[in-house]
Design a protein around this ligand. Structure first.
Ligand code: AMP
Ligand code: MG
Length: 505
C-alpha cells in the first residue's frame, strides 16, 4: 500500500520501495557460482512486461529469515520475476545431463536461473531459483518460460508434500509475467521461485562423467558432501560415502511417496536430487484408487514411471549415479566396479526397510513381527482388487468393525481385517494410541487431481484464486480431518476419466 501512495505522490517523494527490500534479510553466499566455468554459465533473467505477484509464501519467507513486511507486493513481483536482481545474487544456469525415459541427453537449466544461495540466520543454505525466468545457453529450442497453471500446480503440490512431512523443494512465490507463452494454446506466463537445499542432480554427475572430466567429478563430489553430508566430507572414500548417503535418502524418500500415494511421473535422472528432496513437479499426481500400474503423465506410454515402478526406477537412476562415479570410486577399475555394485545392491534392502516402517505406522503397529510385510501386501492386494481408494481406505481403517467398512467388505478384506485385528491384539498399546499413530501417517487430505485441476482452471481461466487458496489452506494440515471441506476429501465420482497430467513446459 505504501507503494501505491508513493506512486500517487509522484516525484515529491524519494522512491523508497526499491531499496526497502534490500534490508529484508537476504544474505547470499554463492558457492556454486564460485565453481569453475564448466559447472554453470552466468546469465540474468530476462525482464518481463508486467510483473504481478500471484502467490507469496509468507511462512516460508519468515522461516528463511526474511522480513516480509520489508517489501511490498510490487517489490516482491519485481524480485520474483527477475525484473530486479538482489544485491549479492549472482544469477547462473547450471549445467547437467540426464537420462530421459532411458536416454542420456545434455540438458542444463533451460528455463531456470539460480539467483544464488541464501543463508538463513540459523546458518542453513538454500538455493533461490527462478523457474521460467527466460532463455539460457541451455534452452535449446525452448523459450525459457513457464505457464501460470503449471507453476501454481508446483506451488500447491510441493507445499502439500512439505506439510505431509516429505522432503521436497519449496515454493516461495508465483509471479505472473504479463506475457503470453505459446504452447498448444496461448497461456499466461509466470515465474515460480523455488527454494531447495540444492539443485544438484544425478544428471549433474552424469554430465561430467560423459565428458570424461574426472577433476570436475571430484569437485562436485566434495561440494555435494560439504552441502548435504558434511560428516562424510573428510572421509577416505568420499565418492563411496556420497553414493551410500544418497541411496539411503532416496530409499527413505521413495518410501514416503509410496506411503501417501504420490506418483512423481517423470523420474528422469535430471529430476533426482542428491539432497533427497522431491524435485520437479511436472506430471505428478496422487493416487485415488490403489493401482500399482497407475500412470498419469500424458507422455509415459510404457508406464516406466508408474506408481509401483518408483522403487525400481530409483534403483535404476542410482545405478547411473554409481556408474558416473566409477572413475573416482577407486583407482582400480575392478575395485571401483565391485564397490558400485555393492552399493547398488543395497538399495532394495534399504527401500524395504523404510517402506516397512511406513506401512507399520499406517497400520498402527508399534512392534515388529516377521509377517508384517505380508500383512501390508495382503491389504494392498485386496485394495487393488476392489479398486479401493488408497487414502480413504487407510484413513478409515478401524480395529473393530465399523458400520461402513471401506473398501466394501468382500471376502478378501474381511479375512485381512481379522488378521490385522489379531495382530493389533498382540501389542500392548490401546486402540486410542493405535488411532493416533495411524492418523499421523495416513493423510485425510491430499491434493487430488480432479480438485487440483478444477482449482487451477478457476485460477487461470476465471482469474479466481479462491479455490486454490482453499485447497492450499486445507493441505497445510493434511493429517487433520476436522473441519476439512468435504469436496476436497472425496475421490472423483465413479466413471470420471483419469486426469492426464502434462510436463510443465
Ligand atoms: P523438465 O521436463 O522440466 O524436467 O525439463 C527438462 C529439460 O528441458 C531441462 O533441461 C529444462 O531446462 C528444459 N526445458 C523445459 N522447458 C523448457 C522451456 N520452456 N524452455 C527451455 N528449456 C526448457
Ligand atoms: Mg527437470
Amino acid at each position: 500500500m505504501i507503494n501505491d501512495e508513493t506512486e500517487q505522490l509522484g516525484s515529491l517523494l524519494v522512491k523508497q520501495p526499491h531499496v526497502a527490500h534490500l534490508h529484508a534479510g537476504w544474505h547470499f553466499d554463492n558457492s556454486y557460482a564460485r565453481l569453475p566455468e564448466v559447472f554453470r554459465t552466468r546469465v540474468n533473467p530476462t525482464p518481463v512486461a508486467q510483473p504481478r505477484l500471484v502467490l507469496f509464501n509468507r511462512p516460508l519467507a519468515r522461516s528463511l529469515g526474511l522480513d516480509t513486511a520489508a517489501f511490498t507486493d510490487r517489490d516482491a513481483a519485481a524480485l520474483f520475476t527477475g525484473n530486479q536482481i538482489l544485491p549479492g545474487a549472482e544469477p547462473i544456469a547450471q549445467a547437467y545431463a540426464g537420462h530421459q525415459f532411458g536416454n542420456l541427453t545434455r540438458l542444463g537449466d533451460g528455463r531456470a536461473i539460480l539467483l544464488g544461495e541464501h543463508l538463513t540466520p540459523g546458518g542453513e543454505r538454500f538455493d533461490i531459483q527462478l523457474k521460467g525466468a527466460g532463455p539460457t545457453p541451455y534452452s535449446r529450442r525452448g523459450d525459457g518460460r513457464a505457464a501460470l497453471g503449471p507453476m501454481l500446480r508446483e506451488y500447491v503440490i510441493s507445499e502439500a508434500m512439505h506439510a505431509l512431512g516429505i522432503p521436497t523443494t519449496r515454493s516461495l512465490a508465483v509471479a505472473a509475467t504479463g506475457e503470453p507463452v505459446f504452447r498448444e494454446q496461448t497461456l499466461p506466463g509466470a515465474v515460480l521461485t523455488r527454494v531447495a537445499a540444492s539443485h544438484i542432480r544425478v544428471g549433474t554427475f552424469e554430465y561430467f562423467a560423459a565428458m570424461g572430466d574426472t577433476d570436475a567429478l571430484r569437485l562436485l563430489t566434495d561440494h555435494t558432501l560439504r552441502c548435504h553430508f558434511p560428516d562424510r566430507a573428510e572421509s577416505d572414500h568420499p565418492a563411496l560415502g556420497l553414493l551410500e548417503e544418497v541411496m539411503e535418502r532416496q530409499a527413505s524418500l521413495i518410501a514416503h511417496w509410496m506411503r501417501v500415494g504420490f506418483v512423481h511421473g517423470v523420474m528422469n535422472t535430471d529430476n533426482m536430487a542428491l539432497s533427497g528432496e522431491t524435485l520437479d513437479y511436472g506430471p505428478c499426481a496422487f493416487l485415488d484408487a490403489y493401482d500399482p500400474a497407475a500412470v498419469f503423465s500424458s507422455i509415459d506410454h510404457q508406464g516406466r514411471y508408474a506408481f509401483g515402478q518408483q522403487p525400481s526406477i530409483a534403483a535404476w537412476n542410482l545405478a547411473r549415479l554409481a556408474e558416473a562415479l566409477l572413475p573416482i570410486l577407486h583407482p582400480k577399475p575392478e575395485t571401483a566396479l565391485a564397490r558400485a555394485n555393492t552399493a547398488i545392491d543395497s538399495f532394495s534392502e534399504r527401500f524395504h526397510r523404510h517402506w516397512l516402517v511406513a506401512m507399520r505406522a499406517k497400520l498402527g503397529l508399534f512392534s515388529a513381527e516377521p509377517e508384517d510385510a505380508s500383512l501390508a501386501d495382503e491389504l494392498l492386494r485386496a485394495m487393488h482388487q476392489a479398486r479401493a481408494d488408497y487414502t480413504h481406505t487407510f484413513r478409515n481403517l478401524r480395529p473393530h468393525a465399523t458400520a461402513e467398512p471401506i473398501p466394501p467388505a468382500d471376502d478378501a478384506f474381511t479375512t485381512w481385517h481379522r488378521r490385522w485385528t489379531e495382530r493389533l491384539a498382540r501389542q500392548p498399546q490401546p486402540v486410542t494410541e493405535v488411532a493416533l499413530l495411524m492418523n499421523a501417517h495416513n493423510p485425510a487430505v491430499i491434493p487430488r487431481n480432479h480438485v487440483v485441476e478444477a482449482a487451477l482452471a478457476a485460477a487461470t481461466i476465471q482469474n479466481d484464486l479462491a479455490p486454490l487458496e482453499r485447497l492450499h489452506a486445507a493441505l497445510t494440515t493434511p493429517y487433520d480431518a476436522a473441519d476439512q471441506p468435504v469436496g476436497l476429501l472425496n475421490p472423483p465420482p465413479p466413471g470420471t476419466p483419469t486426469c492426464r497430467t502434462f510436463c510443465g513446459t
